[in-house]
Design a binder for this molecule. Structure first.
Ligand SMILES: CC(C)(COP(=O)(O)OP(=O)(O)OC[C@H]1O[C@@H](n2cnc3c(N)ncnc32)[C@H](O)[C@@H]1OP(=O)(O)O)[C@@H](O)C(=O)NCCC(=O)NCCS
Length: 169
């Protein structure tokens, strides 16, 4: 049996106003700006979970479902949903806030979802073990299962394209 400590993950939430300098020429939010916010929120979630410094190793399945416009308020929620030995997959969702009065979250629109994998480091920047994840709620089980499927899919994809990567870099 593993002697790794077990831990529940907390959801980290950041809020942003979308300014004109974050938009593309057509008036909606530039994807690179949005990804920076998402990556940074995912890193906060991974740091809070592991108690270590972290770096992003990859991002997977970035789905821009709904555009975000200048002047929108966006809420980014990140939570560790799957862990390996030193890696953590963090599901990150961005919502456009529509709760004009009193913050009615049910009106929020899910705009973008991505899964970032972050690695925890020790003081020498060597990947180091993170706690085992406690999964309790139905939503946590669903998000964990999806993350596991994404991880399996990435592994299969990397195997399939290995010979091409070896040839072309
Ligand atoms: C991420 C990084 C530390 C991995 O280094 P590495 O030598 O491959 O490390 P390891 O082989 O020991 O792997 C460590 C963990 O990272 C995971 N990992 C490595 N590369 C990965 C990738 N591309 N995608 C997902 N996970 C990855 C491994 O599966 C392993 O997970 P586990 O411990 O849970 O099993 C290294 O590639 C790096 O420093 N990259 C640059 C990070 C960076 O600058 N990010 C942008 C700014 S934050």
């Amino acid at each position: 049996m593993s002697d790794r400590p077990k831990k529940k993950a907390e959801a980290i939430e950041t809020w942003n106003f979308v300014f004109p300098n974050q938009s593309n020429p057509y008036g909606n939010m530039f994807g690179g700006e949005l990804l920076a916010i998402m990556d940074s929120t995912a890193a906060m979630a991974a740091i809070r979970y592991s108690g270590k410094t972290v770096s992003t190793a990859s991002s997977e399945r970035v789905i821009f479902k709904h555009p975000i416009f200048v002047g929108d308020r966006i809420k980014t929620i990140a939570k560790v949903v799957l862990v390996g030995k030193s890696s953590m997959m963090v599901r990150t969702d961005v919502f456009v806030d529509k709760g004009e009065s009193g913050g009615d979250d049910s009106k929020d629109i899910l705009s973008t979802t991505a899964h970032f994998t972050l690695v925890a480091f020790d003081e020498k920047r060597v990947p180091t073990e993170v706690p085992e994840l406690i999964i309790e709620t139905e939503k946590e089980h669903k998000h964990h299962e999806l993350a596991q499927q994404i991880k399996n899919h990435v592994k299969r994809r990397e195997e399939r394209i290995k010979h091409v990567v070896e040839k072309w870099g």
